[in-house]
Design a protein around this ligand. Structure first.
Ligand code: GLN
Length: 243
């Protein structure tokens, strides 16, 4: 029995659930999945975490998701599981932002709470890096780091998307409008691996990274009719780690 959780607090969780359900349906006829019982589960409370083998955090508004993570009591258990590589996790857009150890260009005070990130990816991410909603776009991006050839190039949807500005989080003074997860990087820990970039004005902007069991994409595979990314996460991250 393998259960993929989808954080269902705000944003594109319905799309991720529907993609996983369609993928699971299509695998029913695939002999290599014959003895695997795979299901998808919305995650809304800390108890839900006990039943999942992997987690997807979708796109949306990371400030709102951060508030809801704190109100539901999910933030601390997720920090423990994800920062310590105990739960295969994939974040898309706002989900990626919440998996980063440093978030820049953000509001910090959210009503009576402050912006808190889950962390786990030792990268620095800039929110809304391509500009406002009008600067949203779709681009076919070569995803060279993937082990699934179906993803050699992929139509990537970017909506007020973040960009990973640095794959090193310095321990120096925090810049204005920035937050850190506070995760301690262990000595000898391998840095996050860059999986995909888009080119703008001669610069390669990092839009997908992986660190062990954690995957982060600036774009939204849940918004296009292609289940390749979801299958890759299921195979490479969830099933592989549940054996
Ligand atoms: N701009 C949003 C944020 O910072 C992310 C947008 C998205 O998930 N499409 O949280």
């Amino acid at each position: 029995q393998i259960t993929v959780g989808v954080l269902a607090l705000q944003g594109s969780f319905r799309e991720h659930i529907s993609h996983m359900e369609k993928l699971i349906q299509s695998l029913k006829h695939d002999p290599s999945y014959a003895n695997k019982l795979i299901s998808v589960k919305p995650v809304r409370t800390p108890i839900d975490l006990q039943q999942i083998d992997g987690l997807i955090i979708g796109g949306g508004e990371s400030t709102t998701i951060s508030i809801l993570l704190q109100r539901t009591g999910l933030l601390k258990p997720l920090q423990d599981l994800i920062q310590n590589q105990k739960l295969p996790t994939w974040g898309t857009c706002a989900g990626l932002i919440l998996l980063c150890d440093e978030v820049t260009n953000t509001k910090i005070q959210l009503g009576d709470l402050t912006y808190k990130t889950i962390g786990g990816l030792d990268v620095s991410v800039e929110r809304n890096s391509f500009g406002r909603q009008l600067e949203s776009f779709t681009e076919n991006v070569p995803c060279a780091g993937f082990t699934n050839s179906a993803l050699d190039s992929f139509d990537c949807v970017f909506i007020r998307a973040p960009v990973i500005k640095s794959t090193v989080v310095s321990s120096g003074k925090l810049k204005e409008n920035s937050v850190r997860s506070g995760r301690k990087v262990h000595a000898g820990e391998a840095p996050a691996q860059v999986l995909a970039t888009v080119s703008r004005n001669g610069e390669d902007l990092v839009v997908a990274v992986r660190k062990g069991k954690i995957l982060g994409t600036s774009f939204h595979p849940e918004l296009i009719e292609n289940y390749g990314f979801h299958k890759w996460f299921l195979d490479e991250f969830v099933i592989r780690n549940s054996i």
